[in-house]
Design a protein around this ligand. Sequence first.
Ligand code: PEP
Length: 254
Amino acid sequence: MTMAGRRPLVAGNWKMNGLRGAIAMVEALRNGLSTDLLDRVDVLVCPPSTLISSCVAAVYGSRIAIGGQNLHAKPNGAFTGSISAEMLADLGAKYVIVGHSERRAYHHETDDGVHAKALGARRAGLCGIICVGETKEEREEGRTLDIVRAQLAIGVPKGATGADTVIAYEPVWAIGTGLTPTPADIAEVHASLREMLGQLIGAEAQNVRILYGGSVKPGNARELMAVENVDGALVGGASLVAEDFLGIINAYAR
Ligand code: PEP
């Protein structure tokens, strides 16, 4: 638990990676995580939708959770190629990533769209991981806090709770680049997000986990987790390698 009593969450985002053989990675994770460790940290894998069912089967009976990487806001309908929160939940998913910067950049997702998707996740009983983060230009212009606070204010649904909402601060320039903000920069953003959450949902803000994401590796995980208001990690590249992901999970367990 963090000092505020929030259980750390380490979430892996496989993005568009993984054929059926990748189930072995989830099995390796399961074998590498003791029940004692899983009592101290929540572990989540978000594979491509095609692998959700088999991943759910592979972690059956353990505390490892499986989630989606995206959803359509509506429960069903004429939306060719889309997947709803209900469909993800039906497969056994417990979480879904909402508004990842790659979705915002390549699929033109807006903050209003993120809000609608977060509502969709809640409707189906999924925990939505709402991603926020500034671009390199926005940081250089000194606009980081304004950007992430606005993304949060629009994206987070009214009445959000720690059970149905997780926030992930992911600076766009840190994703997949090997670059990370300094611990002081991360602390400043997370404190500001916590304060903004307080304005949005009151005392419940203390129960919402705020993850850091962007080039988290076994080598920097301990330093990142020590930052105040960092309640876990959203991990891209390193979540594809069992040894690396296990290293990160171990660093985040409290
Ligand atoms: C991500 O895609 O959410 C991410 C943080 O990627 P990486 O860990 O590879 O930077």
